[in-house]
Design a protein around this ligand. Structure first.
Ligand code: KIV
Length: 274
C-alpha cells in the first residue's frame, strides 16, 4: 500500500487513549461541505440522526431511516480526511436483536466508509454492543437523554435528576462500557452524574448538556453556529449564521429586483478570435 492511501484519520485506539487526558472535540455533520469545514478542528464527526430534525424538518428523530443515515454518512466521509466518522443507527434499525444490529451496522460501515456506529442504550442494547464489538464493529453508546425514546419520556427532558433515575442511567453507562463501547455520549444529565459516569467507565465520555466533567464535548453544529432562533440551554453559540444568511438573502433579493445583479463582471464574454 502506498503512503498516500494510508488513512490519516483519528483511530479508535487513539480516541480511547484520550480518556482522562486531552479533551475530545466532536461536532455533528450531515453534508460534505460542512464536513470539510469542521474536519480540521474535530477528533470525531458524528452523522447524528438529529439530521432528521436539522436537515429534513422532522419534529423528532424517530422517522429517520437507515437509508437516510447512509446517504448523509457517505457525504461526510467524502468531505473529511482527519476526524473519525461515526454514524447513528436510527430508531428501529437495531433494537430487536444483536443480529438486526449487526445487519444495520455492517451495512452502514460498508456503504459509507465510516469507522463506527452509535446506538442509544435502550434496554438490552448492551448485548448488541458486545455482539458488534466481537465482530470488529466499533460502537459508541448514548445514555441519559435518549432522543429516540422521546415518546416514552414525553419530550426531550434532562435525565438522572432523581436518585432512581440516576442509578438507572449509571447502570446503563456501566453496561455499555462493559459491552465494549469505544466511547459513550452522555446527554442531558447533571454535572454530578456526568462526573460519576466518567469515573465509573473505562472508555471516554462525550458530553452534550452534561457539563465539563466529561472527557470530550459534542454539539449539533447548526446549534453552535446559530442557525436556529431557539437553542437548548446547554448550547453556546459561536456564530450567528441565521443573521448572516438572512442578510445575504435579503441583499441578493434587493439586487436582483433592482437589476444591479448580475453586472458586466458576472457575465460570460464571446471568445476573441485573432
Ligand atoms: O443525533 C445526534 O446528533 C446526537 C448528538 C447530539 C449526540 O446524538
Amino acid at each position: 500500500m502506498s503512503k498516500q492511501t494510508v488513512s490519516r484519520r483519528v483511530t479508535v485506539p487513539s480516541l480511547r487513549a484520550r480518556k482522562g487526558s486531552e479533551k475530545i472535540v466532536c461536532l455533528t455533520a450531515y453534508t460534505a461541505p460542512m464536513a470539510q469545514l469542521l474536519d480540521p478542528h474535530c477528533d470525531l464527526l458524528l452523522v447524528g440522526d438529529s439530521l432528521g430534525m436539522v436537515v429534513h424538518g422532522f419534529s423528532t428523530t424517530v422517522g429517520v431511516t437507515l437509508d437516510m443515515m447512509i446517504l448523509h454518512g457517505r457525504a461526510v466521509v467524502r468531505g473529511s480526511s482527519h476526524a473519525l466518522v461515526a454514524v447513528d443507527l436510527p430508531f428501529g434499525s437495531y433494537e430487536r436483536s444483536p443480529e438486526q444490529a449487526f445487519a444495520a451496522a455492517s451495512r452502514t460501515l460498508c456503504e459509507t466508509g465510516a469507522q463506527a456506529v452509535k446506538v442509544e442504550a435502550a434496554d438490552g442494547v448492551a448485548d448488541s454492543i458486545a455482539f458488534l464489538t466481537g465482530r470488529g464493529i466499533p460502537v459508541i453508546g448514548h445514555v441519559g437523554l435518549r432522543p429516540q425514546a422521546v415518546h416514552l419520556e414525553g419530550g426531550f427532558k434532562a435525565r438522572g435528576r432523581s436518585a432512581e433515575e440516576r442509578e438507572r442511567v449509571l447502570a446503563e453507562a456501566r453496561a455499555t462500557d462493559a459491552a465494549g463501547a469505544i466511547a459513550i455520549v452522555v446527554e442531558g444529565v447533571t454535572p454530578e452524574l456526568a462526573a460519576e459516569i466518567t469515573v465509573a467507565v473505562s472508555c471516554p465520555t462525550i458530553g452534550i448538556g452534561a457539563s465539563n466533567a466529561c472527557d470530550g464535548q459534542i454539539l449539533v453544529s447548526e446549534d453552535m453556529l446559530g442557525v436556529f432562533d431557539t437553542t437548548p440551554k446547554f448550547v453556546r453559540r459561536y456564530a450567528d449564521l441565521r443573521t448572516t444568511i438572512s442578510d445575504a438573502a435579503a441583499g441578493y433579493a434587493a439586487e436582483v429586483r433592482s437589476g444591479v445583479f448580475p453586472s458586466e463582471a458576472e457575465e460570460y464574454r464571446l471568445k476573441s478570435h485573432s
